[in-house]
Design a protein around this ligand. Structure first.
Ligand SMILES: [Zn+2]
Length: 69
């Protein structure tokens, strides 16, 4: 029994990870917040991601619907 079964990750985690890797650059001032992270908030059927730029304070938001592919 040496089958390495991948633990199934939630879509939220995957997306959060994706955002953390790809999009922490501020759209306002161009600051690349390499050490920052998206904050997630789940409300009902949606997940909201927020990132506040430490340089200019601009807030970037992403909203995802859960349950839709
Ligand atoms: Zn900024």
């Amino acid at each position: 029994m040496s089958q390495n079964r991948d633990h199934e990750r939630s879509p939220f985690e995957k997306l959060k990870h994706h955002y953390e890797e790809t999009d922490l650059e501020c759209h306002e001032c161009g600051y690349d917040d390499t050490e920052g992270e998206w904050q997630t908030q789940t409300t009902g059927d949606t997940v909201e991601y927020r990132h506040v730029c430490p340089s200019c304070g601009a807030i970037q938001r992403r909203t995802l619907s859960v349950g839709e592919e």
